[in-house]
Design a binder for this molecule. Structure first.
Ligand SMILES: C[C@](O)(CO)[C@H](O)COP(=O)(O)OP(=O)(O)OC[C@H]1O[C@@H](n2ccc(N)nc2=O)[C@H](O)[C@@H]1O
Ligand SMILES: Nc1ncnc2c1ncn2[C@@H]1O[C@H](COP(=O)(O)OP(=O)(O)OP(=O)(O)O)[C@@H](O)[C@H]1O
Length: 285
């Protein structure tokens, strides 16, 4: 029932270069100000269209039922806008830790929306795909749009910042799974950081308002921060667990990585202002 060649598309990680929480909305969600940049490292998805309306995914992600997987949920939302015959086989090469603050699930969802929109020839605009993506998670729209951005609202009001420096990052991934909802509902969370404008944000940067609560609940993350801080200023991304430091060159980042204790899971990647998904789908060289 297949009728096509495989299309392989990256699903890169994101970093929150800073993350300020500026308020809590009546629906419980939080207003944020954050700076998103992508990494040239992430998951990879391959798609092959089917003409029988079926979706398959391999391999399964342990503990994530098929219909709950953000890849399948994204594909189902697009199927709602197609004829009954649009289907796909999907292969997932999962590299990003789950619950790491690197946005792996959101990036997988955005890549699925972009790739299937292309393969099923739906011609939905990026605006439409970002709106569909927002119903899957607050981080999906930035991956759909594919540009480094200053984000406000719950993360969906995006101002592209194409002029950001693109340093090398050392990302350390403490082996704990942080539950995002648990962090946002914690009574000790800072929720009243002053709103800043984009120029101030780009000039001054900022901190991660979740870091204090997360390191209190997950001491392993505080320990990793203390260690990385000995080499270079370190910060948490999203609601953790991953932390990062930036460097002027890949060599410097690798030198620090090589000095970490063997049990630390870490990778080195370059920051990118255009996501690799967009490079592959829209600007192939
Ligand atoms: C922390 C960030 O990673 C920053 O990029 C994101 O805002 C989180 O985005 P995400 O993982 O896509 O999160 P979602 O799946 O939308 O939300 C998970 C849970 O976190 C809380 N949540 C999330 C985002 C937000 N702006 N306010 C919240 O209060 C809500 O309780 C929600 O139920
Ligand atoms: N394709 C997927 N990849 C990863 N997680 C998925 C996927 N589909 C559903 N999930 C669920 O989403 C949860 C969050 O995963 P994700 O890897 O996006 O976390 P995260 O990196 O902390 O994201 P964020 O920075 O957006 O908070 C997982 O614990 C898992 O239960």
């Amino acid at each position: 029932m297949t009728d096509n060649a495989w299309l392989t598309v990256p699903a890169p990680a994101k970093l929150n270069l800073f993350l300020h929480i500026t308020g809590r909305r009546p629906d419980g969600y939080h207003n944020l100000q954050t700076l998103f940049q992508f990494l040239d490292y992430g998951d990879e998805l391959s798609f092959r269209t089917r003409n029988d309306g079926q979706l398959t995914l391999s391999p399964d992600i342990e503990d994530v039922p098929f219909e709950d997987n953000l890849i399948i949920r994204a594909a189902r939302l697009l199927q709602d806008r197609t004829t009954k015959t649009c289907g796909a086989d999907i292969e997932l090469n999962k590299r990003l830790p789950m619950g790491g603050g690197l946005g792996g699930g959101s990036s997988d969802a955005a890549t699925t929306l972009l790739a299937l929109n292309h393969l099923w020839q739906l011609n939905l605009s990026l605006d439409e795909l970002a709106e569909i993506g927002l119903s899957l998670g607050a981080d999906v729209p930035v991956f759909v749009r594919g540009e480094a951005a200053f984000a406000e609202g719950v993360g969906e009001v995006l101002t592209p910042v194409p002029e950001l420096e693109e340093p090398w990052f050392l990302v350390v991934c403490p082996q704990v799974h942080v539950n995002t909802a648990k962090i946002f509902s914690h009574e000790g969370l800072t929720r009243n950081t002053e709103i800043i404008n984009i120029r101030t944000a780009l000039r001054q940067g900022g901190r991660n308002d979740c870091q204090q609560v997360v390191t209190m609940l997950y001491p392993e993350i505080g320990k990793a921060l203390n260690l990385l801080n000995k080499f270079s200023f370190a910060k948490m991304t999203g609601t953790g667990a991953c932390i990062f430091s930036s460097f002027g060159s890949e060599t410097e980042a690798r030198q620090v990585s090589d000095q970490l204790p063997a049990e630390y899971v870490a990778f080195v990647a370059k920051g990118t202002n255009l996501s690799k998904t967009h490079k592959v789908l829209f600007r192939p060289s």
